[in-house]
Design a protein around this ligand. Structure first.
Ligand code: NAD
Length: 299
């Protein structure tokens, strides 16, 4: 019988457990996971009291649990919800952490049954290119935003409890419609991540890539840091948010074509005007502090 059950003791799940501990939470935290290494690392770091591999007998830990946090790659949510559902306590609040929301909500609708009203879809806008419990950090959520995308049937008390959970982790809560969330994050997170992967892969696929990489500097390093992120996580995000992502790819392709045209025409005025506009927005946004926390990159 745990107070909090974390399913998926990787970067996000273990960081939540560490953040709760840091906030003074003294209840029992159980972890359930796919990888024994992550469970052991989460336990060694004091994040969880006990860790269970998914095929072990963990159902009794759910009895009386206040919060069940599911922090697994998007494509795993459906099977995880389905396995949890028969053992869930009616009073538990179920929270996910997925970077896309409509797909996770569809998985919850298909599997959670009467527990759906206690499910609060959440996206912590905090993370890193590192994965796993070893990379977890108690301060990951401090001052960062968690976006909740409640359903019409979400129990207001569950929403309030989920808000308290994330606030205890140090985060601020914001609310968005799930489709709007997915559209916005396709543009400001999913496309940029995929572009970073794509750029690194394209250069690495050249016969003389070693020479290119040996000469790459800070700009390449800054632009491609996120290309070291988890391939499984980003594959799942790309597929789960495919419609919004395809729209953003089309918009970006047009913008790239327009820039290529300006370059081929030698149109310095158009190029400079574009760069001026972007630099102004980026400097103002950077100074606003949004998306920035010491040492913790925004996702
Ligand atoms: P991670 O790879 O660090 O951790 C995922 C954990 O889930 C691992 O411990 C893995 O063993 C476990 N897992 C995978 N399949 C499982 C299954 N079927 N049953 C039980 N455990 C399983 O990934 P993460 O960065 O912690 O991401 C988790 C979720 O959080 C993803 O949905 C991701 O979209 C979301 N998210 C990630 C970030 C980020 O920057 N990393 C930010 C916001 C949201």
């Amino acid at each position: 019988m745990a107070d909090v059950v974390v399913v998926g003791t990787g970067l996000i799940g273990t960081s939540c457990a560490l953040a709760l501990r840091a906030s003074g939470f003294t209840g029992r935290i159980a972890g359930i996971g796919r990888s024994r290494a992550n469970l052991d690392a989460a336990r060694a770091r004091g994040a969880i009291d006990r860790g269970y591999a998914f095929e072990e007998r963990w159902a009794s830990e759910l009895v009386g649990a206040r919060t069940v946090l599911v922090a697994v790659p998007i494509a795993q949510n459906r099977s995880v919800f389905a396995a949890l559902a028969p053992a869930l306590d009616a009073a538990s609040v179920i929270i996910d952490a997925g970077s896309t929301k409509q797909e996770v909500i569809a998985a919850a609708r298909a599997t959670l049954g009467a527990h759906l009203a206690r499910f609060v879809p959440s996206h912590p806008v905090a993370g890193s290119e590192r994965s796993g419990a070893e990379a977890a950090n108690a301060g990951l959520y401090v001052g960062r935003q968690v976006i909740v995308t409640p359903l019409p049937e979400t129990d207001p008390e569950a929403l309030r409890a989920a808000g308290e959970f994330w606030t205890a982790c140090g985060a601020r809560i914001a609310s968005l419609d799930a489709a709007r969330h997915d559209r916005i994050f396709a543009a400001v997170s999913h496309l940029p991540h995929l572009l970073a992967f794509l750029l690194v892969d394209e250069i690495a696929s050249r016969a003389d890539s070693a020479e290119y990489l040996a000469n790459a500097g800070g700009g390449f390093r800054d632009f491609t840091r996120i290309a070291a992120s988890s391939p499984e996580m980003w594959r799942d995000i790309a597929l789960a948010n495919r419609d919004a992502l395809q729209s953003e790819i089309a918009v970006f392709r047009q913008a790239l074509d327009a820039l290529a045209l300006s370059i081929s025409h030698g149109d310095g005025t158009a190029i400079e005007a574009l760069l001026e506009r972007a630099a102004k927005v980026r400097r103002t946004w950077g100074e606003s502090g949004v998306g920035a926390t010491e040492g913790v990159p925004a996702i």
